[in-house]
Design a protein around this ligand. Structure first.
Ligand SMILES: [Zn+2]
Length: 487
């Protein structure tokens, strides 16, 4: 009897030890920043220019033969006309045919330069008639600027140019040299394209960059479960990519006499094994989110994160079964193409599948090949690597450039309460081509993405809030200003 009381008491104490400390979590002071107001270009003019940028159809087509170089030439001419100071005071280079690199020489040549980048190409529009406003007209309505590229990624590109132009108009010259890179083929993921050419440009001149800031992460506004305030996510790494081709061979023949072990059967079993055995999970990025955001979360989540070391395995299992969390925890497996059979009464001797893997940093495409071979465990299935891009290195979530970006975000947010956190980018950006010339690559754009807006990336009704576009410009103005004296 006594023993039971003791046990009960110990359990109570343990629960209290887990449950009470999270009640007293307060956001760290560094999360709160205020800054003086700054001059910004008139909003009607910046909107008019973004609208004009959307109207020029700089599309990266599905098939490269459909590429329209004239649209890019028109776009360059439009930029020249819109940003005269950028074009007269900065050194401009055209790379890989249509990408643009601008150099803004700094006052102190001993400092390593920084690079801000975005891309000028957009994905095609499949069903323009389904859009609320035509995709290539740059209509301003309902507090938004509508059109392909508004978010991805002409908004960011034009905002960087607006920031540079307005700082130049005030006679600003940055302390460290600043480059701008605007790729023309990001949406094609071209390994020989603008970003790769820029990387070679820097490498050939022995230029190491202090940091690179690209698109890739945004301000989550209602996307993150348990967070009532917007969360600015700063990408510190991005996942790799691999297409793996699985080819099964087996006895073909007449479908009236099916035999065990046909190619389709083998392939189906292999794919089922892949579905049933997802690749291993890791908690690094979940921990990072938790550590930075726990202050703002409801009690239950707060307590779970505060006690992550104890609850870890349980939490890991629970989160990994959530399809929005899993990509941040593991290399994901997604069969995307299946091919087999030509005729309904013939069993095909060959069947193939393409499986797309998004590789988490810390693993390589070779690791994935090996794990998949073990899971499938069938010598009659041939595994081949298709297109591969290895995961990026992980940049410092505490480094000077990270702090510079975070500070500029919080200053731009002003009175709006906002949390910030380093995070993993699950897609791919052009910045991956530049990891050889810098140790610090970050991915962030100052734009609030709500559940409504998320599907508009590469989708229908792409648009940017007018208020966000103004803030995006402000963010870059502050960032470039804050770069001076950056430690
Ligand atoms: Zn993009």
């Amino acid at each position: 009897m006594k023993k039971r009381y003791l046990l009960g008491g110990a359990l109570l104490l343990f629960v209290a030890w887990l449950a009470i400390p999270p009640l007293f979590l307060e956001p760290p002071e560094q999360q709160k920043t205020s800054a003086a107001a700054i001059d910004l270009p008139p909003q009607d003019q910046t909107l008019a220019r973004l609208s004009a940028a959307v109207r020029i159809k700089t599309v990266s087509p599905e098939n490269p033969v459909d590429f329209d170089p004239q649209a890019f030439r028109d776009f360059h001419a439009f930029l020249e006309q819109s940003f005269p100071l950028v074009h007269s005071k900065l050194e401009k280079q055209v790379l890989a045919g249509h990408s643009l690199l601008f150099k803004w020489p700094g006052r102190d040549e001993t400092l390593k330069p920084a690079l801000l980048m975005n891309h000028m190409d957009v994905v095609p529009v499949l069903n323009p008639e389904l859009w609320q406003h035509p995709p290539f007209e740059g209509v301003i309505a309902d507090g938004h600027l509508w059109g392909r590229g508004a978010l991805d990624d002409k908004g960011g590109m034009m905002a960087q140019l607006e920031a540079a132009e307005s700082l130049l108009a005030r006679g600003h010259q940055p302390e460290r040299t600043l480059y701008f890179l605007f790729g023309h083929d990001e949406e094609r993921g071209n390994p020989e394209g603008g970003a790769a050419t820029a990387a070679r440009y820097f490498a050939d001149r022995d230029i190491r960059l202090e940091f690179v800031l690209d698109e890739g992460m945004v301000i989550s506004d209602g996307l993150m479960p348990g967070m009532d305030i917007p969360v600015a996510m700063i990408g510190i790494a991005e996942k790799g990519y691999m297409d793996m081709k699985l080819t099964a061979s087996g006895e073909g023949g007449h479908s009236s006499m099916p035999d065990a072990g046909s190619s389709i059967e083998r392939l189906s079993r292999a794919l089922t094994k892949l579905y049933d055995n997802p690749l291993p999970t890791q908690m690094m990025y979940v921990r990072m989110l938790g550590e930075n955001l726990k202050y703002y979360m409801p009690y239950g989540l707060k307590a779970a994160i505060h006690n992550i070391d104890i609850l870890g395995p349980l939490l890991e299992k629970g989160l990994a079964s959530d399809s929005t969390m899993a990509p941040f925890m593991r290399t994901t497996t997604a069969p995307t193409i299946l091919r087999a059979g030509e005729k309904s009464n013939v069993i095909p001797p060959m069947a193939s599948a393409v499986v797309n893997f998004r590789i988490i940093p810390g693993e390589t495409s070779d690791d994935v090949m090996r794990q998949v071979a073990e899971i499938i465990n069938d010598p009659n299935i041939k595994l081949e690597k298709g297109g591969v891009s290895e995961p990026s290195p992980v940049s410092d979530p505490e480094g000077a450039a990270f702090k510079l970006i975070r500070r500029s975000i919080l200053e731009t947010a002003g009175d709006e309460e906002m949390a910030t956190t380093p995070q993993l980018v699950t897609g791919a950006t052009d910045s991956r081509f530049l990891v050889g010339v810098t140790d610090n690559t970050y991915r962030f754009q100052y734009v609030h993405i709500t559940p409504d807006l998320r599907p508009t990336y590469h989708g229908r009704d792409e648009r940017i809030a007018v208020s966000d576009y103004a803030k995006m410009i402000e963010f870059y103005v502050r960032l470039i200003g804050n770069m001076d004296g950056m430690q």
